[in-house]
Design a protein around this ligand. Structure first.
Ligand code: PEP
Ligand code: MN
Length: 378
């Protein structure tokens, strides 16, 4: 029954199979999808070599694994900056391409051919999601494709657009939710995070969220980025600028490099609770050492917060035991906890884990006993 339902989907190749296997898209030494939470960051538009060099250096040190910058800009107004064009592409490749893989949007088949020579991932933007001839060019471009959802496209339309690329020979498609147009204009677009959770049920393709275009406001990027992680996204596409107010395009939504550092640190700490990991490249610079140590301090605080909640739960269990007339000490349960932590996937040795959890269980038992002594109540 389940298998028939899968086969009946109009997007046969993009549909999640009954075995639940998910696609990971390789880009140089990075993989989008799987256990990774991959962050792509950079300016809306490439402007100057110095701007590209500065931002690429900062986002790489913070933990982004791919660099984004537009050179062919699909601007709403013909009077707005349209991007540096072909020259920008060569500049991007020369200045940032040595340090990290590059994502760049192409608006037509000629641009796509040239972009594929310089960039590692080709973006098909929201305005072009329905452009079938561009999708066919993307299928043949020889690079992974980052396909953004159109502002008024249903999830089925997005998946059918992906199906064009898959059907015509390119298996490396990454989807991106970037906000849809709704009646509410309090944000630039409406971030459809329920759509992200739904997409995970429908497709095996990796799914990114672009909190920058989705909200249009720098102060909303971090909360939507964290919500995207919780909703099951495989990563983010974030606009970052070394001088946001002077950005040549989309200045309102660009994060400063410092704010991006802070967001990455928060993502590194929270990703494991969503079953993911954000692994920064090891950049040998003194400021990186300092920043990553700050992140480790935040991780230690998070570990303690979780342990403290774990002990608080033991107190609730202690109250229940009292109500049921059961003793606090339960050797069988203790053994179960030790066996359980030994079986988990974890880089710590089994001995170290069991030592930690013996201590945690001692603390939990004391909390239960204090409760029984009436010292703690509720
Ligand atoms: C972009 O990512 O630079 C862009 C133009 O986004 P979208 O196609 O989502 O508007
Ligand atoms: Mn932009």
């Amino acid at each position: 029954m389940e298998a028939i339902a899968h086969r009946e989907k109009p997007y046969r190749l993009a549909a999640l199979g009954s075995n639940g296997a998910r696609t990971r898209v390789p880009v140089r030494d990075v993989e989008i999808g799987g256990p990774h939470f991959t962050v792509i960051a950079g300016p809306c538009s490439a402007e100057t070599p110095a701007q590209i060099e500065t931002i690429a250096g900062r986002v790489l040190s913070a933990g982004a694994r791919l660099f984004r910058a537009g050179v062919y800009k699909p601007r709403t107004s013909p009077y707005s900056f349209q991007g540096l064009g072909d020259d920008g592409l060569a500049m991007l490749d020369r200045v940032a391409g040595q340090t990290m893989p590059i994502v760049c949007e192409a608006l037509d088949a000629d641009q796509m051919r040239l972009a594929a020579e310089h960039a590692d991932v080709i973006q098909v933007g929201a305005r072009n999601m329905h452009n079938t001839s561009l999708l066919l060019a993307a299928a043949r471009c020889g690079r992974p494709v980052l396909l953004k959802r159109g502002f008024a496209a249903t999830l089925e339309e997005l998946l059918l657009a992906a199906e064009y690329v898959l059907l015509h020979g390119n298996p490396n498609v990454v989807l991106c939710e970037r906000g849809i147009r709704t009646f509410d204009d309090s944000t630039r677009n409406t971030a459809d995070l329920a759509g992200v959770a739904r997409l995970r049920q429908l497709t095996h393709l990796p799914i990114l969220v672009d909190p920058s275009h989705a909200t249009g406001r720098a102060d909303l990027v971090a909360p939507v980025a964290l919500a995207a992680l919780a909703a099951g996204a495989d990563g983010l596409l974030v606009e970052v600028h070394n001088d946001p107010a002077r950005s040549w395009s989309d200045p309102e939504q660009a994060l400063s490099c410092d704010d991006f550092d802070d967001l990455m640190s928060e993502l590194i700490v929270r990703a494991p609770l969503s079953g993911r990991s954000v692994r920064p490249a090891a950049v040998a610079r003194a400021e990186c050492l300092e920043r990553h140590r700050d992140t480790i301090d935040r991780m230690d605080a998070a570990v303690l917060a979780l342990l403290s909640e774990r002990v608080a739960m033991a107190r609730v269990v202690g109250q229940i035991k009292t109500g049921l007339g059961l003793p606090f000490l339960d050797r069988e349960r203790e053994q179960h906890v030790l066996d359980h932590v030994a079986q988990l996937t974890c880089s710590l040795s089994v001995g170290a884990r069991q030592q930690i959890f013996r201590t945690v269980m001692d603390q939990s038992l004391s909390a239960e006993e204090l409760l029984a002594g009436g010292i703690l109540n509720g």
